[in-house]
Design a protein around this ligand. Sequence first.
Ligand code: ZN
Length: 233
Amino acid sequence: MRMSRSRQHVSSSRKRQAEEEPVVAAVVAKKGTLINVTKQQRKKVAAKLREQQDAYLSVSEATPMSFVASAADGPPPPVEELDVYCPRCRFALSEDQVSEGFEDNVLSYTTQCPECKHRFETSFAFEHPDSGARTRFVWLCSQQTRNQYGLWYDDRKKQLADMPADTVVDTLIVDRPEVAFNAYRYGPVHTKEVRKRIREFLAADYDEDDQVDDDDQVDDDDQVDDDDQVDDE
Ligand SMILES: [Zn+2]
C-alpha cells in the first residue's frame, strides 16, 4: 500500500541511531506549521477517538458494519442530521464552519465554535437506507482520517499486505467504519464507486497542500492529483 511505503520512506531517510526511537511523521499543524509527531502520540489520539466512536455506537440502532456495507455497492445514504451544536453556547455550526474549525493536524480531532471559540468533538448521524435505523460516526478532518487509516494499516500490515486493494477497503469498513466513511466523504468527487473513492483518498499522503518537506514525501507516480482532492458537499 502506498501509505506504508510512504512511512518506510520517512523512516529510512532519517538514519535513526536508536532502534527504539519512535517513528516520526511530519504533519501540518495549525494550517501550515510543520511539526513532528511520534507514533506514540498518534496512537494516544487514536485510542481516544476509538472511545468516542464506541460511545456513539453503543447508542446506535444500526450496526455500523451493516450500515457501511449497505453503501458499498451504491450511493451513500444522505447525511440525515449534522449534530454540530456547540456544547458550550449552543451555536449551530454549518458543515463549512465545522471544516474550518478543524486544525488539519493528526493530534487534533476537534472543531472550533466560531462564536465562543470552544473546541469540541463532532459527528455525523446517518439513517440506514433500508431499515431507517440510525447510527453515528465521528467526523474527522482529512489529515486525521488518513492518520487513523495509517495506524490501522500498520497494526494489520501482515494480514493486509497481500490483499487486493478493494478487499483492504472492505476490511477497513468492517474494522473502522467511521474511518471508511470519512475517507468516502473526502474522496475524489468524480469517483462514483465507493471502494475506489475510499482507496484513492487514502492513497494520497497526509498533506494535500505540499506544505510538508519534500524529503518526507514519497516519490510516487501513483499519488492522487491534488485536483482530485476536492472537498465535496
Ligand atoms: Zn460556542
